[in-house]
Every structure is written in structure tokens, then in C-alpha cells.
Design a protein around this ligand. Structure first.
Ligand code: UDX
Ligand code: UDX
Length: 458
């Protein structure tokens, strides 16, 4: 079959996979190929057991795979055969050298740019999907435009705003699609080519076009603002605990102001996920690089509050349970960084689990989707941990439950049954405020919500 356009995506991860599946589904006349250096990932994408859990995604992959959506390891062939190349390889925080722990590690990016240059035989539009420091496009341009190349490349920035767990809906009904380009004739033409893809399903007024540097920066800023909101509400949660105010009531009152809005005001044990911390640190690094220390300190505070929230959660467990956790059995309800995903990257549960083991507690972890990742994340301390999918079996014999992830499943459990099988006195620390605290207290639990008065029997 002859396709109207050939689109390639390099990087078959959480961003590349769902985004390309949506394009293939909405644009049946385009051929969409996703390539990855990791062959086992490609095998999984080609199987019934795709590598990421995302509601609704498998159905879309199944409907398009083999028709106009293809998964492959042949990166060079993919580059040669496509006109538009999305790049969504990972850009983790650097772990070595200058900027370690702060700056983005761009080695995969640069390697990918060089591979595109070496394999390309015709002009290409390159689309940055990965989140990158501002002005990365310039580096990309310089690598691709070196004199021996002779081929025209136009670089666009098209950051992804999907959130895990709701990726399919976010892609299908985005608040906006952002496309940045150079304001040259070539750049503007490339921008139009990308706009055309999205107009297959996104209303034109939701497609924002802009210059490339503002676009790159907007992605970092959007994530920084979202994370800032969570740190803001979390910073108030501790004040509520001291003053007998209730964080849910405060969030309701504050969120009713239409200038502020009600979303993203759920106090929690801390935000996780592959993006928030990484992107804020990236912003902080950028500010320091330009000598803007006051601005850098301001944004670094968002991450500091998040670390504080996780640590104070553990310290609260410790002081409540008579200042010793040694030998006690604690069940973590949830390990994913949020509900509806198996992803555990930067999950607050990792920090809490490690700290509890440091206090010599024994852990049981239950999660409907994330146990395999949990085992990998904690492989060095797994002799102190059991991984049990059934929450009733997991909680049996434990002294305390700590809710780490807001899975619906947990609020629907029979807590009377759970209570009878636990050691007494029983404690529940609700790191997501999803349970019915009054009811748990009536059953006999000592209940410690976030940002609300504790309900204790002693
Ligand atoms: C994405 C974005 O790309 C990142 O910048 C953003 O900030 C977080 O989300 P994500 O899709 O979540 O990353 O990463 P991951 O699931 O790790 O997928 C990246 C994929 O790229 C992996 O499958 C990896 O094997 C592949 N890869 C990496 C390549 O194909 N080539 C490389 O050189 C490096
Ligand atoms: C985020 C951005 O939302 C998305 O636009 C961007 O493309 C990638 O980063 P994601 O990390 O997948 O998406 O999930 P998100 O829903 O933003 O949640 C991030 C973390 O914040 C989770 O740990 C979540 O539990 C936590 N959170 C969220 C809260 O603690 N309280 C809230 O009110 C909302």
C-alpha cells in the first residue's frame, strides 16, 4: 500500500509508544513506524503484552498494528524511509560530571542526531518530543547541518503534555498541542506539515504555534508549575496537622476561586513520575548557568518540599508507632507513582520503602500493576520485603498499612476483614487521603490522614 506520509519515531517508551499509536489511529493514510535500540521492547510492542500499561492503549495498538503502525529495531531503514522523524529517547538527569544530579543527560539525544545525519538520504523534519533544555534544537541543528551532510533538516519542538494513566484521553482530547519552529521559510513550512498531522483530530484553535525557544521552555515551565501546586498544597498539609485545620476543606475553598482552579490540589505523600523532579532540576540548572541564583533557589524549593513531605511521612509513622519500627511489619498499599499505571519511576513509595527498611521494619508491598517494577527498584533490599498482589493476604499479620498510591481498588476493600487479620494496635497512614477515615476509626484502626487530625484510640 502507498501511504501519503511516512512518519518515524525513535524511542518506543511511555511517550513515543502512545503518541505514535494515536497518530496511526487518527491518520490511517500515514505509515507510522516506531523504532528502539532495545530489541526486547520491540518484541513486546509486537506482542499481546505491550510494555506499558495505559488504559485503552492496547485496543488502539491492536487496531492499527500491521496496517499502518509498525514496530522495528531497524533504525537506519526507518530514518531513510521517512519524511518526519519524532525523537522521544529518554533524557534522564545526569549522574556524572558537571551538572550531575541536575542537568539533563543528552548523550542519547546527540547519538540519535548523529545517527539521523549518517543514515538520511533526503530532507527530513525532526521533531523534538523528549523534554529538553532550552536551545537544544540549536545543538541539533549544528550537528545535522555540518558541511559534509548536504541534506536539509528542519527542527521542530513539539513537547508532550500527556499524563500517565490518562495518556489515551490526553492525546485524543488535548488542552493544546504546542509546535515551535524557527521563523525561517523552511521552519514555517515544517511547522505547517506537523500542524496538518494534528488537524486530523485536534481542533485548529487548540494547536498553538510559536518560536522554538519559547516552546522548549514552555514544557519545562508547565511541569514546574504543576509540581509547584502539589508542593504548595503539601506544604500547607503539615500546617493543617498542627492547627486542626483540614487540608481537603482548605483545598476546596481555595480551588473554588476560578483564578486558581480546583485541579491538582490533592495533598499527597509526594509527587513522583519521570518528569516533575527531572524537569524542575533542569530548570534550576539552567537558571544557575545564567547566574540567576534567586530564581534557581525559588524553583529548587518545590523539590525540597517534596523531599520533606516524604521524610515527614516516615517520621510520623516512626513517632506514632512508639518510636521504633524495628521488627514491625508494614504493608504498603500501592507502589506506582500514581494510579492507573505500572510505572514506578521516582515513586514516593521507593523512598518510603527504603527508609522503613532502614528503620528495620519488614515490608509487604501490594499493587495491582507495579509489583514487577517494585521488585526491580528494591532488588538490593528484597530479602526484607514480600511482594503480594492480593491486598488482603498482604495486610494479614501487619502492624500498619501505608497508602502510597490512590488506586480505586483500595477504597473499595473490606477493612473489617483486614482489621481482624492484622496485629493490634493497628495503624493506617493514608498518604493519599483516599480512605473513609471515620469508618476505619470505628472499625478500630488508629488513622493518620495527611493534613487532617489523626483519629486515635489512645
Ligand atoms: C520521555 C521523554 O522522551 C523524556 O524526555 C521525558 O522527559 C520523559 O518521557 P519516556 O518515553 O518516558 O521519555 O522514556 P522511556 O520510556 O525510557 O523511553 C525512551 C525509549 O527510548 C526507550 O525505550 C529506549 O530504549 C529508547 N532509546 C533510548 C533509543 O531508542 N535510543 C537511544 O539512544 C536511547
Ligand atoms: C506529568 C504532567 O502532568 C504531564 O503533563 C507531563 O507531560 C508529564 O508529567 P505524569 O507525571 O504522568 O504527568 O502524572 P501527573 O498526573 O502529573 O502526576 C505526577 C505526580 O503528582 C504523581 O505522583 C501524582 O500522584 C502527584 N499528584 C498529582 C499529587 O500528589 N497531587 C495532585 O493533586 C496531582
Amino acid at each position: 500500500m502507498n501511504f501519503e506520509k511516512n512518519i518515524l519515531c525513535i524511542g518506543a517508551g511511555y511517550v513515543g509508544g502512545p503518541t505514535m499509536a494515536m497518530i496511526a489511529w487518527k491518520c490511517p493514510s500515514y505509515k507510522v513506524t516506531i523504532v528502539d535500540i532495545n530489541p526486547s521492547k520491540i518484541v513486546q510492542w509486537n506482542s499481546d503484552n505491550i510494555p506499558i500499561y495505559e488504559p485503552g492503549l492496547y485496543e488502539i495498538v491492536k487496531a492499527t498494528r500491521g496496517k499502518n503502525l509498525f514496530f522495528s529495531t531497524d533504525i537506519d531503514k526507518g530514518i531513510r524511509e521517512s519524511e518526519i522523524i519524532f525523537v522521544s529517547v529518554n533524557t534522564p538527569t545526569k549522574t556524572f560530571g558537571a551538572g550531575a544530579g541536575m542537568a539533563a543527560d543528552l548523550q542519547y539525544w546527540e547519538k540519535t542526531a548523529r545517527q539521523i545525519k549518517n543514515s538520511a538520504e533526503s530532507p527530513k523534519i525532526i521533531v523534538e518530543k523528549s523534554t529538553l533544555p532550552v536551545r537544544t534544537a540549536l545543538a541539533m541543528e549544528r550537528i545535522l547541518a555540518s558541511p559534509d551532510s548536504g541534506i536539509a533538516f528542519d527542527i521542530l519542538s513539539n513537547p508532550e503534555f500527556l499524563a500517565e494513566g490518562s495518556a489515551v484521553n490526553d492525546l485524543q482530547n488535548p488542552d493544546r498541542v504546542l509546535i515551535g519552529s524557527r521563523e525561517t521559510p523552511g521552519g514555517l513550512k515544517a511547522r505547517e506539515a506537523l500542524v496538518e498531522i494534528y488537524t486530523h483530530w485536534v481542533p485548529k484553535e487548540k494547536i498553538i504555534t510559536s518560536d522554538i525557544w519559547s516552546t522548549e521552555l514552555s514544557k519545562l515551565v508547565a511541569n514546574a508549575f504543576l509540581a509547584q501546586r502539589i508542593s504548595s498544597i503539601n506544604s500547607i498539609s503539615v500546617l493543617c496537622e498542627k492547627t486542626e485545620a483540614n487540608i481537603s476543606e482548605v483545598a476546596r475553598a481555595v480551588g473554588a476561586d476560578s483564578r486558581l482552579g480546583s485541579r491538582f490540589l490533592n495533598a499527597s505523600v509526594g509527587f513522583g513520575g519521570s518528569c516533575f523532579k527531572k524537569d524542575i532540576l533542569n530548570l534550576v540548572y539552567l537558571c544557575r548557568y545564567y547566574g540567576l541564583d534567586v530564581v534557581a533557589d525559588y524553583w529548587e524549593g518545590v523539590v525540597r518540599i517534596n523531599e520533606y513531605q516524604k521524610e515527614r511521612f516516615v517520621l510520623n509513622m516512626l513517632s506514632t508507632m512508639f518510636n521504633t519500627l524495628a521488627g514491625k511489619k508494614i504493608c504498603l498499599f500501592g507502589f506506582a507513582f500514581k494510579a492507573n499505571t505500572g510505572d514506578t519511576r521516582e515513586s514516593p513509595a521507593i523512598y518510603v520503602a527504603r527508609r522503613l527498611v532502614e528503620e528495620r521494619a519488614e515490608l509487604v508491598i501490594t499493587d495491582p500493576r507495579a509489583l514487577a517494577n517494585a521488585e526491580t527498584d528494591l532488588s538490593d533490599i528484597k530479602d526484607r520485603i514480600s511482594f503480594i498482589e492480593d491486598p488482603y493476604r498482604a495486610a494479614a499479620g501487619c502492624d500498619a498499612i501505608a497508602v502510597m498510591t490512590e488506586w480505586d481498588l483500595f477504597s473499595g476493600l473490606d477493612f473489617e476483614r483486614i482489621y481482624t487479620q492484622m496485629s493490634k494496635p493497628c495503624f493506617i497512614f493514608d498518604g493519599r487521603n483516599i480512605l473513609d477515615h471515620e469508618r476505619l476509626f470505628e472499625i478500630g484502626f488508629n488513622v493518620f490522614p495527611l493534613g487532617k487530625s489523626a483519629l486515635k484510640h489512645f
